[in-house]
Design a protein around this ligand. Structure first.
Ligand SMILES: C[S@@+](CC[C@H](N)C(=O)[O-])C[C@H]1O[C@@H](n2cnc3c(N)ncnc32)[C@H](O)[C@@H]1O
Length: 285
């Protein structure tokens, strides 16, 4: 089964270029959870790990922490395996697992379950709730689930405008679209509450960005999304898309040119936390 738009080989090797640090910045915040903090004796699940962005952030802080990193895409797991070897990370295991069905993992196993941009599947409306239920089940009592979701993806509108300029009579791709409701913090909070954490849940906004060392590089990196967003375009159309995107990026409300030529496009994420304490079923009065 592959429901993932990220599971294609072309995005696996280029994942880090395409995301331009936007998930890494969120991961760096997620691993700094304060109550309870991740320590060298924690057992962390990096759920929907991609190439191990959360794993990397945990290892930077706590090289000894025990981690299981799982993803549905074997290509992502392969990429992570290479990173584990290159970085000589100890105590990291991997598996190819679906966030909606972690039945291979026993109840009450982990101190922390971190899922960075991995609970929502556009073609499966129940995926997020199912994923949170699984996260709750495999957490130890006293453990914490940290889950992120996008609040916006500002750069997507530049692709839509570029597509309309090149093919004015065609609806731009909706492949990465999500229901506006899903981009609300209240949506993520409801998933965490209903997934088992009840009143032991909270959601906060967090600012991140997609960045590159130059505007040209940003365009090159983001063009890696062309197989999804400009699907079926000819080479000639794709070459016309580049200068249009370059200009459209600079018009975005969160575009910033930084010192030294680097650029970034700001984005907003939600970070939700659920604490498994044992009193989740208590009805708030
Ligand atoms: C946006 S990426 C996030 C990757 C990583 N967590 C990060 O911080 O960058 C989403 C990841 O979810 C994975 N994925 C998609 N559907 C999945 C599923 N049902 N179960 C597990 N992983 C899934 C994709 O293969 C991809 O690696």
């Amino acid at each position: 089964m592959s429901t993932s738009i990220f599971s294609k080989t072309v995005f696996t090797s280029n994942y880090e270029r395409m995301t331009g640090n936007c998930t890494r910045i969120v991961a760096a915040q997620m691993v700094r959870i304060k109550s309870p903090p991740i320590t060298s004796s924690s057992y962390v699940l990096d759920n929907a790990c991609g190439p191990g962005i959360v794993t990397e952030q945990v290892k930077l802080l706590h090289p000894e922490a025990k981690i299981l990193a799982t993803d549905l895409s074997p290509n992502m797991i392969e990429e992570l395996q290479k990173r584990i070897e290159n970085n000589k990370w100890s105590n990291v295991k991997t598996d190819t697992l679906d966030v909606r069905d972690l039945s291979k993992l026993a109840d009450k196993t982990f101190t922390h379950v971190l899922t960075n941009m991995g609970i929502y599947m556009p073609n499966d409306p129940t995926s997020s709730l199912q994923a949170i239920k699984e996260m709750y089940r495999i957490l130890q009592f006293g453990g914490t689930a940290v889950t992120s979701m996008w609040a916006d993806r500002v750069w997507l509108s530049a692709f839509s405008r570029a597509a309309l300029m090149i093919r004015p009579l065609e609806e731009p791709s909706n492949m990465l679209n999500v229901e506006p409701e899903v981009l609300r913090g209240s949506w993520l909070l409801k998933q965490i509450e209903d997934g088992g954490f009840g009143n032991n849940a909270e959601v906060r906004p967090f600012a991140t960005s997609v960045s590159a060392i130059s505007l040209d590089e940003l365009v090159d990196n983001m063009m890696l999304a062309a197989p999804m967003l400009l699907k079926g375009y000819s080479e000639e159309e794709l070459s016309r898309a580049r200068p249009i995107l370059k200009e459209e990026f600079t018009k975005l409300r969160t575009y910033e040119a930084l010192e030294g030529g680097a650029v970034r496009i700001g984005m907003k994420a939600w970070i939700g936390v659920g604490w498994k304490k044992g009193d989740e079923k208590e009805v708030p009065t």
